[in-house]
Design a protein around this ligand. Structure first.
Ligand SMILES: C[S@@+](CC[C@H](N)C(=O)[O-])C[C@H]1O[C@@H](n2cnc3c(N)ncnc32)[C@H](O)[C@@H]1O
Length: 360
């Protein structure tokens, strides 16, 4: 039977799929509203309020009541905020605040919701790429480095000392004693600044190709008064560093690269013998069928199509995409000269694998 012919359609199956699409429509709307709630600090403010009217919430947030009330309508019908129709008051339950406020740290889902509006800024250009190939460069994305810094704070900085560093045996002692550390594609530098502040005997270098993010990193370092960290605009596929570092880190960087194979061999060359490469990258398989049960599968492929893959293709690059996956990652790491790769996962982090390897 042809796909367009109605005769053999299973009505129940169509109905079920319709329900799924209905949910997608509503949830997509909510993702924008949650992003706005985060940016307007409404969740943070409501988490500290008892039941309150839209006027009281708007006044506390310094926002326009009419807009706040409409936003609350989405929050109430979306099951995020509770509503008392008699008193006309709204309430954010503590259990929801625990996943939506800045105080929630790495558990704050609202940070991630911002990506949909960031990606929306390039939808027309991505559609052009579907027709003509090529890619959309970093410079076209509104607020990319700002949102990335927030995401990085949640996903890297919040767990850095308690969870991520202990993945490398003996690393903390080495950092305390004093080593040379390089973070490639350091973005706004939050992870490196946190490390530099914690380990004054070590020396930290951050490279990123983006002038905007290096500017942000330098400003944050000087605001925090951290002097053992240097940030530099540098294409990490052209580092030409030989045996200069004891630890190289790459947080969510390699799959975006125009020339990832070149970057991995540059990292190998930059490490001293016995040095460690710690690579955080997306927890996915290289095979789409193995990602069907991944709780973030659709999100990964969406962000890939509209950011990670396209920024690489925009430079005539490999376009690995977000789901280059563990199998291909291990293959490429081996080709770059790493042959003792330990792939680890953190129980609270469903988004990332941590590849730990040392240079022989
Ligand atoms: C997904 S972001 C991750 C940023 C940062 N590691 C973090 O966790 O916030 C990828 C970063 O890699 C940088 N980047 C991409 N290609 C690069 C290259 N060839 N050399 C240096 N940096 C690069 C981008 O500018 C961007 O800041």
């Amino acid at each position: 039977m042809c796909n367009n012919c109605n005769l053999n359609i299973d009505a129940e199956r169509t109905d079920e799929f319709g329900q799924k699409l209905l949910q997608i429509v509503n949830h997509s709307g909510l993702s924008f509203m949650i992003s706005i709630g985060h940016r307007a600090r409404l969740f943070d403010i409501m988490s500290e309020m008892e039941h309150a009217t839209s006027g009281e919430i708007a006044a506390q947030a310094g926002l326009n009541e009419r807009y706040v009330r409409e936003w609350l309508g989405a929050m109430v019908t979306g099951g995020i905020v509770e509503y008392d129709p008699v008193l006309k008051t709204y309430f954010l339950p503590a259990e929801h605040a625990a996943l939506l406020t800045r105080a929630a740290g790495s558990n704050n889902f609202a940070t991630t919701m911002q990506w949909f509006s960031v990606l929306g800024t390039v939808e027309d250009k991505i559609l052009d790429c579907f027709r003509e190939g090529g890619g959309v460069p970093y410079s076209e994305f509104a607020r990319f480095h700002e949102v990335m810094a927030e995401e990085s704070y949640s996903s890297v900085v919040c767990g850095l000392f308690e969870h991520i560093l202990p993945l490398v045996p003996g690393l903390e002692a080495k950092l305390k004693a004093g080593i040379d550390v390089l973070d490639i594609g350091c973005g706004s530098g939050l992870a490196l600044i946190a490390l530099a502040a914690a380990y004054p005997e070590s020396r930290f270098t951050g490279y990123d190709i983006s002038e905007e993010s290096i500017g942000r990193a330098q400003q944050s370092a000087s605001e925090r008064g951290v002097s053992n960290v240097t940030f530099q605009v540098q294409d990490v596929s052209q580092m030409n560093a030989v045996s200069e570092f004891d630890l190289v880190t790459a947080f969510d960087v390699i799959h975006d690269q125009a020339n990832p194979a070149q970057v991995l061999s540059e990292v190998n060359a930059a490490l001293r013998p016995g040095g460690t490469f710690l690579m955080q990258d997306i927890a996915a398989s290289s095979h789409v069928e193995k990602n069907i049960t991944n709780p973030l599968g659709p999100m990964f492929y969406t962000i890939s199509t509209m950011h990670c893959m396209t920024v690489s293709l925009a430079q005539g690059g490999a376009g690995l995409g977000t789901c280059w996956g563990r199998e291909l990652a291990c293959e490429m790491l081996e080709e770059a000269g790493f042959n003792n790769i330990d792939v680890q996962e953190l129980p609270h982090d469903i988004m990332n694998y941590f590849y730990v390897m040392s240079k022989m």
